[in-house]
Design a protein around this ligand. Structure first.
Ligand SMILES: [Zn+2]
Ligand SMILES: [Zn+2]
Ligand SMILES: [Zn+2]
Length: 355
């Protein structure tokens, strides 16, 4: 993720900010511009805003989730009729947010969703709504389990459901330990589930990529039900790290694909962040040379270079985490087989995105 600058006072800004702490200007993210804009009210209408550095330029309105619930910082181009921004319009079911704890948890989930969408759009991947594609448009359902209905995080033909308990850190950590996972986050869940989505939207109908993906990840038409039963009865095979990014990926080719896809998005976003800080790294893996990270995402075509940069960076982020007494940010080991799986995701994204 890029960092941004206040158009008024040049203060460093983050993607999530909605107010400049230095000059007090209202901020909003424009997905069209790919930028956080510093805003002032336009002269001609009370609900319209303009960029302070371009007062005669495009006009914007705030998303209703920003106005009513302080839960969003994305803008709507003023000439569009919508009341909600592009990200909020993709949320189909909201959790109950009648108390502050639940509102905060919902905001966390929406914030992770906006980060996911930024990466998908930056990569040139299609993000159609259900209105645009009723059968296979993207929609998010953030639901809470009740005594009558257990909510499971998952994906079905464009509908991504997240169990809202995942926004609760103690629930998530408990589940992570119980399942023996090394990594569990809301953003990770969303990245994983959208991997299932792009399998269905892009890979399954592709005569070019489906046979290659099956060769690398296995035949996804084998029984999913049997795979779940086997996985929860026996666990992952002992030597799973030789071929899989996570124990969960061993369950079924679909899960292997989704776990690898999510990992690819982790890599790209983190590299993009390193690049935006102009980070220079010297580590054993760079053979003593300084490595300056370049902006990735849509600008990066060469997987080997991308992976080499990633490898160097992982030492740094884990080192920094340990300095803070935190667990490793990157608790993964990438085998040669997993690297080739990541390469395939990269090749498919590069080929099927609109860039
Ligand atoms: Zn400012
Ligand atoms: Zn919004
Ligand atoms: Zn899955």
């Amino acid at each position: 993720m890029q960092t941004f600058k206040c158009d008024y006072c040049a203060q460093l800004l983050f993607f999530e900010n909605n107010l400049c702490i230095r000059c007090g200007h209202l901020l909003g993210f424009s997905i069209e511009e790919g930028d956080v804009l510093s805003l002032k009210p336009s002269n001609d209408s009370s609900d319209r805003y303009v960029d302070v550095s371009d007062p005669d330029g495009a006009q914007y309105r705030l998303c209703q989730n920003s106005i009513k619930l302080n839960a969003c910082n994305w803008l709507i181009p003023a000439n569009e009729p919508d009341e909600y921004c592009m990200s909020c319009r993709l949320t189909d079911i909201l959790p109950p947010i009648q108390d502050e704890t639940r509102r905060i948890q919902w905001v966390k989930v929406e914030t992770a969703k906006r980060r996911l969408l930024y990466t998908l759009i930056d990569l040139g991947l299609p993000v159609p709504s259900r209105a645009e594609n009723p059968e296979l448009g993207l929609a998010f359902r953030f639901e809470e389990s009740t005594p009558e209905k257990q909510v499971y995080t998952g994906h079905a033909s464009g509908i991504i459901t997240l169990n809202m308990a995942e926004a609760n850190a103690s629930f998530r950590e408990n589940a992570r330990e119980k399942l023996g996972e090394v990594y569990r986050t809301v953003l990770g869940h969303l990245r994983h589930e959208c991997g299932h989505y792009y399998w269905e939207l892009l890979v399954l109908p592709s005569e070019k990529w489906l046979p290659i993906a099956r060769e690398v990840f296995g035949d996804e038409t084998v029984s999913y039900k049997d795979a779940i039963e086997r996985h929860y009865a026996n666990g992952a095979p002992e030597n799973w790290t030789d071929s899989y990014i996570s124990a969960y990926a061993t369950m079924h080719p679909w899960e292997d694909w989704a776990e690898t896809w999510a990992h690819y998005l982790h890599m790209l976003d983190t590299l993009d962040t390193a690049a935006s800080y102009d980070l220079v790294v010297k580590s054993p893996s760079t053979k003593g040379k300084n490595r300056r990270f370049k902006t990735t995402m849509r600008h990066h075509q060469n997987f080997d270079k991308l992976f080499e940069m990633w490898y160097s960076l992982t030492f740094v982020i884990n080192g920094l985490s340990r300095s803070m007494g935190m667990p490793d940010s990157y608790p993964f080991v990438i085998s040669k087989t997993v690297k080739e799986k990541l390469r395939l995701v990269h090749n498919i994204v590069s080929d099927l995105s609109k860039n």
